[in-house]
Design a binder for this molecule. Structure first.
Ligand SMILES: [Ca+2]
Length: 372
């Protein structure tokens, strides 16, 4: 899950994005080109150790010994300066995820882990294809879980990236507690440059709050245990408002609609009825009073419109991006189609369909694991 895009200040669960390229580059220039271990005697680290030790009962000497083995990684500061979802248009972003190999792998994982998926769906109300869509977008079903030690990532951003230090010091604190609770060596887990962990890319606070032991083996393992992975994603969406049996979004035609004063925030500021009253055309079985938002996705030819419902909003709590939630929904649909043996849809909306040219190889590109 996803911390913040820099334009979205509220702390989200998972990924994190830079304050600005200029800030990040300036920081990079001020720091060594190669990783260096932290000095636990550094004033801010010493204060962090003292505070966390007192608050959670950690032995200070153990924390000093731990942080003497933690490295500040310049590559992490470079990675956080590349907020892909702010620089790509929808018709560039979507093909990164809607590639045939990802869709096929999603269908394959369904076959391999059907029991785990269906148990997670039963517990959360989240359809199996949405669970597969999230894990497919996040890490390509575990192919791109990230290459950094989580403690290096969190510490680099907590101590060497001032724009987000408060958020990452909080996550670092959560991580230390999580490692103790889960019986993990804090130096062992790997994740994204922002410290997002495992197949679903949970940040430590989200792990502690929302991860689920799906197979009741006494451990929450988001790196290896598919039952835990899918149950945790389902639980996260359920807690954030998922409504079983309801749609995520509908394609919309807003070409003759009155959009004056319409909010572009990630919020359910409209209803099915209010959008129809504005002249937005879309099909849904939801009633007129159902919460909704107009989703405007920039493409080369203009804007592709969709109407997002409560479940669209729930996906944006996982990652605060219209494009992310749209890609998860499209990938879920494509996996469902692939599973049923039907030809894959062309996709896209009424204004600008998805490009028909072959998408670029994914090469590990991921919103949460830049640099992998
Ligand atoms: Ca488990």
């Amino acid at each position: 899950m996803t911390p913040i895009r820099f334009a979205r200040r509220a702390a989200g669960p998972f990924r994190c994005i830079a304050q600005s390229c200029a800030v990040a580059l300036a920081l990079c220039h001020a720091l060594p080109a190669h990783a260096q271990t932290f000095d636990p005697a550094r004033a801010d680290i010493d204060a962090f150790i003292a505070g966390v030790g007192k608050k959670h009962g950690f032995d200070a000497e153990s924390l000093v010994a731990l942080f003497a083995q933690v490295e500040s990684k310049p590559a992490i500061l470079q990675a956080i300066a590349k907020p892909a979802e702010r620089t790509l248009a929808w018709d560039e972003y979507r093909p990164k995820f809607l590639i045939e190999r990802r869709i096929a792998r999603g269908a394959e994982v369904h076959g391999l882990k059907q029991a785990e998926l269906e148990r997670s769906q039963a517990a959360s109300g989240v359809p199996v294809d949405i669970l597969l869509g999230i894990v497919g977008v996040e890490t390509f079903y575990g192919e791109n879980i990230g290459k950094y030690r989580v403690i290096d990532a969190l510490s680099t951003l907590a101590f060497d990236y001032p724009p987000r230090q408060a958020f990452f010091r909080g996550e670092l604190e959560q991580y230390l507690v999580m490692a103790r609770e889960e019986g993990l060596d804090p130096l062992a887990p790997v994740g994204s440059y922002a410290g997002a962990m495992g197949l679903p890319q949970f940040m430590p606070s989200s792990f502690r709050n929302f991860a689920v032991d799906g197979d009741a083996d006494g451990k929450r393992d988001l790196w290896n245990d598919w039952a835990d992975v899918f149950s945790s994603v389902g639980n996260y969406l359920k807690v954030h408002g998922w409504r079983a049996g309801e749609p995520v979004l509908a394609a919309a035609d807003a070409s003759n609609a009155n959009l004056a004063g319409l909010s572009d925030k990630l919020a359910l500021t409209e209803t099915v009825g209010s959008l129809r009253a504005r002249g937005v055309k879309f099909e849904t079985s939801l009633p007129a009073n159902a919460p909704a938002m107009l989703v405007a996705l920039k493409v080369a030819a203009g804007t592709e419109y969709r109407v997002g419902f409560t479940n669209f909003y729930a996906i944006t709590r996982y990652n605060r991006s219209h494009m992310y939630a749209s890609a998860v929904s499209d990938l879920a649909d494509a996996i469902g189609t692939a599973r049923s043996g039907m030809p894959l849809p062309v996709g896209g909306g009424p204004v600008a369909p998805a490009p028909t040219k072959p998408p670029a190889p994914s090469s590990g590109w991921s919103t949460t694991t830049s640099g992998t």
